[in-house]
Design a protein around this ligand. Structure first.
Ligand code: F6R
Length: 239
């Protein structure tokens, strides 16, 4: 795993944006995997800036997001579709038809998970995947468990994740109890991966990942099997 340690959140966001820009410049039709959450907000702001400056174009880019709550409506301001439109897609020259987020309104979530996995396969996999990391080591909504799923699937949120995400909802009771998420195998279809981490509350999860062992109770440790992963983090995560 390559490790880039940054002095600030802004520097971390810039380093990640430079890598995304380099990927898109070298292959304008790149498939970019995206995450939601607080960590990549600065990265998305940088990409919007680059696009506004005319430095970067998303005209031929396709995106696939890691996950979405289930059930949830895209007009709900806590849905991941809403987040992506608000922070990124609405400000880029991207064709919205080429932005993929699992459908939180699908009548049959299992069928939706299959459709989404097939979509990733049909796109030829992901060129560059952006990841955050949960404080319990989750990746997407692949929560600590004895078994981890390979493909996109429906999953129950753990109490820790409901608690961590309740800061965005009126109360913990309003957090949806399920999600649609790419599996570890879908994520591993990415040719390269950037995992971003900031804040002391990510220390435990990141140090488990850097131990160079693999443990399904810290799903991020699986990334040690992938040949092309870059951790971009702020120094507080490693202190
Ligand atoms: C979101 C996602 C999650 C987050 C993780 C960290 O699409 O996949 O795994 O990356 O929960 O969230 P933040 O960045 O809010 O700490």
């Amino acid at each position: 795993m390559n490790i880039i340690v940054c002095k600030s959140y802004d520097e971390m966001s810039q380093r990640a944006a430079q890598m995304v820009a380099a990927q898109i410049k070298s292959k304008p039709s790149s498939v970019i995997g995206l995450a939601t959450g607080s960590t990549p907000e600065g990265l998305y702001a940088q990409l919007v800036e680059m696009c506004k400056n005319g430095e970067l174009s998303f005209k031929d880019v396709t995106t696939v997001n890691l996950d979405e709550y289930y059930p949830i409506n895209p007009t709900n301001d806590q849905s991941y579709r809403y987040f992506m439109n608000y922070h990124l897609f609405d400000h880029l020259d991207i064709d919205k038809a080429n932005t993929n987020v699992p459908d939180g309104t699908a009548a049959d979530p299992v069928a939706e998970a299959h459709r989404y996995e097939q979509k990733i396969t049909d796109l030829g996999g992901i060129d560059l995947q952006i990841l955050g990391i949960g404080r319990n080591g989750h990746i997407g909504f692949n929560e600590p468990d004895q078994k981890l799923m390979l493909d996109t699937h429906v999953t129950d949120l753990t109490p820790d994740t409901i608690d961590a995400n309740s800061r965005f909802f009126a109360s913990a009771n309003d957090v949806p109890r399920q999600a649609l998420t790419m599996g570890m195998g879908s994520i591993f279809k990415a040719k390269s991966i950037i995992i971003m981490a900031t804040g002391a509350n990510k220390k435990k999860a990141v140090s488990a990942m850097l131990e160079r062992t693999v443990d399904t109770s810290f799903p991020a440790t699986m990334l040690n099997f992938h040949p092309n992963v870059t951790l971009i983090c702020t120094a507080d995560v490693l202190e």
